[in-house]
Design a protein around this ligand. Sequence first.
Ligand code: 6PG
Length: 259
Amino acid sequence: MGSPNPDIRVLADVAGEAAELFARYLSGCIDARGVVRVALAGGNTPRPVYERLARSPVGEVVNWRAVEVFQTDERAVPPSDADSNWGMLEDVLLGQVEVAAAGRHRMEGEAADLTGAAARYEAILHERIGGGAIPAFDLILLGLGEDGHTASLFPGTPAIDEAKRLVVANPVRQLDSTRLTLTFPVINAAREVWFLVTGSGKADAVRRVAGERDMSLPASRVRPGEGRYCWLLDRQAAAGLPQGVTRCSGVLRFTQGPT
Ligand code: 6PG
């Protein structure tokens, strides 16, 4: 079984240290298997990490042509829209690194038929990752909402109970919108799942999910079966956690990808 409890790391320089961990992990996977497939969160938190990852010296260790980039979720907008997660990824990372066109897997947020777009994206997971019933990402990078959502798996929405499909169009009443999102079956099949969370506004959600595994919050359903499960936090986001969790400052000791 995967780690029963998450590995919780408090970083002094979240953007720099998380970007370095990310680059080293990607390189380790590429060394091991010649390719690495990652699903990246949208929102604001990961932007500075992606920006650091795109710049030297951190990103230089990655052979970007061996990286396949996927999304954890997408808003119902075209990539040109300011709310688009893919648009953000293009701006801060993909426009700067040599990920091949064939390795760039965008969710079609602009589709009129989002259910069809979800099914097409699920087919891409099987085609590009394969490996049996549930394709296993090398890494899924997730954020956390103050309400305990992750990806676009919001409290009280149908997708949190999805047990078969890997990608769905999830109507989010709270946002008066529908979102494309990975579901828990494929998240929990990943080799590694990292939550990246910063800011005091998230401290209560971090305490309830990472510290207490409050199952009333969707993010508590993330528990990779065989995979590693890690939280990368700043001190503000970690403030609600009990003393004694792993607290690190400076570059973390981290495995170089899957053993
Ligand atoms: C999105 C993300 C979402 C995000 C959280 C946290 O589409 O917005 O995938 O799950 O990670 O909402 O967002 P912030 O990082 O902006 O706080």
